[in-house]
Design a protein around this ligand. Structure first.
Ligand code: SF4
Length: 161
């Protein structure tokens, strides 16, 4: 089961095009200036099954973004969700407070993201906040092309970063 804070259909701020954004409860990063501290509680939101989430996703042709909270707070559950979304043909973006290098060194975190398309990495850092950045809140965060980065061994950035 998943603790889901919200599912927003037709968003344009969490990646390119119209997307379905799924906000998952639970985060341990405690960033100063976090946009939603209420999302830190892993028991927050509504309990939903994978099938229930996918049913909502399939209502639209939109690609999908996983945010929170931090979807990697529950990496095993997120791995199953990403797999279901990719099997359904969706482009998948993931927002996380972990940085790419931390994920590469943790098998469980890597397992959660390795089938997805783009990772928005790193904690929100208040002193690096920049409202003009594309799809992210602070300039330390990167839009990382996951498949290209895994193939090349270096963090490859989304072209419009
Ligand atoms: S990673 Fe995101 S949800 Fe978690 S504390 Fe930082 S800004 Fe808030």
């Amino acid at each position: 089961m998943y603790n889901v804070l919200a599912i927003m259909r037709g968003t344009t701020v969490d990646g390119p095009g119209f997307r379905t954004s799924i906000y998952l409860a639970g985060c341990a990063h405690r960033c100063e200036g976090c946009h939603n501290p209420a999302s830190w509680d892993k028991n927050g939101g509504s309990s939903m099954s994978l099938d229930e989430i996918m049913e909502i996703v399939r209502d639209e042709d939109f690609d999908v973004t996983l945010s929170g909270g931090d979807p990697l707070f529950n990496p095993e559950s997120t791995a199953r969700l990403v797999e279901a979304l990719k099997n359904d043909g969706r482009n998948v973006w993931i927002y996380t407070g972990y940085n790419w290098e931390e994920i590469l060194s943790d098998r469980s975190l890597l397992n959660a993201v390795e089938k997805a398309d783009v990772l928005v990495d790193g904690p929100f850092l208040l002193h690096l906040k920049d409202a003009d950045l594309l799809f992210r809140g602070s300039s330390n965060q990167r839009l990382i092309l996951i498949q290209e980065s895994l193939t090349s061994g270096n963090a490859v950035l989304f072209p419009r970063s």
